[in-house]
Design a protein around this ligand. Structure first.
Ligand code: SF4
Ligand code: MG
Length: 327
C-alpha cells in the first residue's frame, strides 16, 4: 500500500543577510497509516523545519524550497495552491507543538477553540460542536471534561494544556498527526503520560504519526521506525528495534551512548563532543566528521553515499556496514 506521506529529497534554504543557511539538504522519509515514525535530531538539525514545510507554514521568504516533493496520499502538496493546502491542514494532517500555551489562544475558552474548527470546517451547529468538544476532551482524558470545556487555557496545568492541544488537533479527524517535541516542556511523569496518550490515540484511530524529538529515550516505546537527522539530512533510517540493537551510523551510536541505561548504573555517560554544525557553513565531506569518533581520511573530503543495510535500513556513512556489524 502507498504511504500516507512521502517526503522526497526536500531542500530548503534560508536566505538571510548573513548568508544562505542550507537547513534541509535532501530529506526523504515516509509514514503509513497506523505507523509512528520518530524523527530524531539535535536542535538545528532540520526536524522542525521539515514538519513546518509539510504543513505549508514555511513557504515564504526568507525560506525557499529549492527542491523536492511532499506527497500526501500520492499528491504533491508543493504543487498545490494555498487554498488546496489549507484544506489538507487539520483534516489530512494536523500538528501539535511543544508549547501549548502559545498554540492556544489565551482569550478564548478551550472549548471555543475546538468548536470553532468544527463550525467553520464541518458546518456543525453550536450545540453539536460543544458536544463533540466535550467528547474530544474526554478522549484525551481531561477529568470532568464537561466542566472544563468552558475554562481558559491559563486555568489548565501544563500537562492539561498539552492534552487540550491534542484534542484540538484531533477535531477534524486527521489521518496524520505531527507532534513536534510534544513533551519537552513538561516534567518527566507528565511526559510519560502524554506519550502514552499519543500512542493510544494513534492506535485507536489507526493514524500515521510523526514524532519529532531530540530525546531518543522517549521514542523507544512508541515509535515503529526512526529517522535520524543531522545537518539537514537523514543520516540513518531504521526499525526502532534494529536501531537500538545495533546503530548503523556513528552519530546514532553516539546518541545511544549518551542515553542513561539502567543496566549500567554508576557509569559515566558519554556526551557527543563539539557542537552541531552551523548551517551557513556545513562541514565538507561527511558533515559529522568534526565530531565523529570513527572519522578517517576520506571523511572530510568525500560525501558519504546512502548505504543500504537491508530491510529498508539505510545509513549515510562510508563505513556503515562495519558500524552496524559491531553493534
Ligand atoms: Fe564518521 Fe566518516 Fe562515517 Fe561520517 S562518514 S559518520 S565522519 S565514519
Ligand atoms: Mg524544533
Amino acid at each position: 500500500t502507498q504511504p500516507l506521506l512521502e517526503v522526497e529529497d526536500l531542500h530548503v534554504e534560508f536566505r538571510t543577510r548573513d548568508g544562505v543557511a542550507k537547513v534541509l539538504n535532501g530529506v526523504s522519509y515516509h509514514v503509513s497509516a497506523g505507523e509512528t515514525l520518530a524523527v530524531l535530531g539535535e536542535s538545528g538539525s532540520g526536524k522542525s523545519v521539515t514538519a513546518q514545510t509539510i504543513m505549508g507554514i514555511l513557504d515564504m521568504p526568507p525560506a525557499f524550497i529549492t527542491n523536492g516533493s511532499i506527497k500526501f496520499r500520492g499528491e504533491d502538496l508543493l504543487t498545490k495552491s494555498a487554498d488546496e493546502r489549507r484544506a489538507v491542514r487539520g483534516e489530512g494532517i494536523a500538528m501539535i507543538f511543544q508549547d501549548a500555551l502559545s498554540a492556544l489562544n489565551p482569550v478564548f475558552t478551550v472549548g471555543f477553540q475546538i468548536e470553532e474548527q468544527l463550525k467553520v470546517r464541518r458546518g456543525m451547529s453550536k450545540a453539536d460542536a460543544r458536544k463533540r468538544a466535550v467528547e474530544l476532551l474526554d478522549q484525551v482524558k481531561i477529568p470532568n471534561a464537561k466542566g472544563r470545556v468552558s475554562d481558559y487555557p491559563h486555568q489548565f496545568s501544563g500537562g492539561m494544556r498539552q492534552r487540550a492541544m491534542i484534542a484540538m488537533s484531533l477535531a477534524l479527524d486527521p489521518e496524520l498527526l505531527i507532534a513536534d517535541e510534544p513533551t519537552t516542556a513538561l516534567d518527566v511523569t507528565v511526559q510519560a503520560q502524554i506519550m502514552d496518550l499519543l500512542a493510544e490515540i494513534q492506535k485507536e484511530r489507526d493514524m500515521g504519526m510523526i514524532l519529532i524529538t531530540h530525546d531518543l529515550g522517549v521514542v523507544a516505546d512508541v515509535a515503529d521506525r526512526i529517522s535520524v537527522m543531522y545537518a539537514g539530512r537523514i543520516v540513518e533510517h531504521a526499525d526502532v528495534y534494529e536501531l537500538f540493537r545495533a546503530p548503523g551510523h556513528p552519530y546514532t551510536e553516539s546518541l545511544l551512548e549518551s542515553l542513561p541505561r539502567l543496566d549500567l548504573k554508576g557509569q559515566e555517560l558519554k556526551t557527543i563532543k563539539g557542537l552541531p554544525p552551523s548551517l551557513t557553513n556545513i562541514p565538507s565531506g561527511c558533515p559529522f566528521h568534526p565530531r565523529c569518533p570513527r572519522a578517517f581520511d576520506r571523511c572530510p573530503t568525500e560525501v558519504p553515499a546512502v548505504h543500504n543495510l537491508g530491510m529498508g535500513r539505510t545509513s549515510r556513512c562510508h563505513i556503515a556496514e562495519e558500524v552496524v556489524a559491531r553493534g
